[in-house]
Design a protein. Structure first.
Length: 360
């Protein structure tokens, strides 16, 4: 069965057996069968998210957990620092403001990473309970060095929690949550995890749960303490979970761990390297500042001035879906995602189709 192959930064291609897992018969969410599924998932999810602390699964997209992060981490009278160098960081700032948080926003030119020195300069003003940072800014194809930022924050601002959006990088890139001393890492199912949309995952530190106790009005659906209370009592989730999607996650975690995390990260990097070589061969430049290119999505600068919608339409006729630039970057850039299931062979098939357009 042939279908258009997705090389967009989410949703991504899904393995047939993962899709099929969603057709398992329904069970009650308070049944022993569901509890067995849930408690079989959690330790493997911790393994993939590289944490021995807490993980939570919500029936929402990743944006829901952006909301959870600011609602649980920031006390009244204290501020949250939003580092913004792209569309998804911009959204997180809007999420913070609309939840009534005192949000201080620092804008960095799109295409550049978030640097420790910029974070240091902003945090020096004092009063910050948390910082939000997008690890892999899908709109610009930039991956920031969150490890370096975390080192700075942990050393100089030990009370400031580090909240990380890794929606388009988690599981495709090594992000050692515990080792870096992060406090929340949130991600969505439909990007590098290669699942259908509808689930979000978070790694959460003990420190963030302690902080949440001091924050009133955390809301209910995304209250981390409520989610934790259920797990601590050996229960599953407070509200009805997305059972079919969890069946898919169950199968996908087996696939991810069977491939091996190191191999999975290496495959993503290999696909990135191929995409860079393809772009350069055709005299395109890359949009991100050199050294900060994302390993899961390449944002190509349209330095040849091609008709991007034309190329996208041509590729679509060949059975491949690639992404235009985001927002203001539309037609000035285009994006090729190499996350989730893609192999070097898949990338070559896409490049063959794009080559046919570029040499016409
Ligand atoms: C896709 C994306 C989001 C939004 O995630 P949803 O699952 O659509 O809510 C947030 N941040 C980044 C970096 C993304 O790529």
């Amino acid at each position: 069965m042939s279908h258009p192959r997705l090389f967009i930064p989410g949703p991504t291609e899904i393995a047939p057996e993962v899709l099929h897992a969603q057709t398992r018969p329904m069970v009650g969410h308070r049944s022993k069968a569901f509890a067995a599924l849930f408690y079989h998932i959690l330790p493997r999810l911790k393994q993939v998210l590289l944490t021995q602390q807490h993980v939570y699964i919500t029936a929402s997209s990743g944006t829901g957990l952006q909301e959870a992060a600011v609602r649980n981490a920031v006390r009244p009278g204290r501020s949250v620092l939003n580092m913004v160098a792209g569309a998804f960081a911009d959204r997180w700032n809007k999420v913070a403001v609309s939840n009534g948080k005192d949000a201080v926003r620092v804008d960095i030119e799109w295409g550049r990473p978030i640097r420790p020195e910029d974070v240091d300069a902003a945090l020096a003003a004092g009063g910050f309970d948390a910082i939000t940072i997008v690890h892999n800014e899908t709109s610009t194809g930039v991956m920031s060095d969150v490890g370096a930022v975390a080192r700075l924050v942990r050393e100089r601002y030990p009370d400031t929690l580090i909240l990380v959006d890794a929606v388009s990088s988690a599981s495709g890139v090594r992000i050692p949550f515990d080792e870096w001393g992060l406090d929340m890492l949130l991600t969505s199912s439909q990007k590098a995890f290669a699942l259908p949309p509808g689930l979000a995952f978070a790694a959460v530190s003990h420190r963030l749960l302690e902080r949440a106790r001091e924050v009133p009005h955390r809301g209910w659906y995304f209250d981390l303490l409520t989610l934790e209370k259920y797990l601590a009592a050996g229960k599953t989730t407070p509200a009805t979970p997305a059972i079919s999607l969890l069946n898919a996650l169950d199968v996908q975690l087996d696939r991810i761990l069977a491939e091996g995390l190191e191999a999975r990260w290496a495959r993503h990097e290999a696909c990135m390297t191929m995409t860079h070589a393809w772009a350069r061969k055709h005299d395109f430049e890359l949009f991100p500042e050199p050294g900060y290119e994302s390993r899961t999505v390449t944002c190509v600068a349209n330095t040849r001035g091609i008709d991007v919608p034309d190329m996208i339409a041509f590729a679509r006729e060949q059975g491949f879906v690639i992404g235009n630039g985001y927002g203001n970057l539309k037609n000035q850039t285009f994006r090729i995602a190499h996350m989730g299931e893609h192999s070097p062979d898949d990338m070559n098939a896409l490049f063959d189709a794009l080559d046919a357009f570029l040499v016409r």
